[in-house]
Design a protein around this ligand. Sequence first.
Ligand SMILES: [Zn+2]
Length: 71
Amino acid sequence: MLDFALGDVLHLRKQHPCGSHTWTVVRLGADIGIRCQGCQRRVLLPRSELERRVKTRLPAPATAVENGDAL
Ligand SMILES: [Zn+2]
């Protein structure tokens, strides 16, 4: 099970119609809100659905800097 956090950058398996694969986590809960970095559109997905769609998860930039870990 993936552990999502606000600001995480997600690369999804399926390309958004705008051409971007990259999304940012903007809301946490039973449903996870993500915003497309290509067109800024926001969508809500159930956590289980999002987990199936995510190919890679990059921690929020601030967290990455603190940990000194790019992945
Ligand atoms: Zn988009």
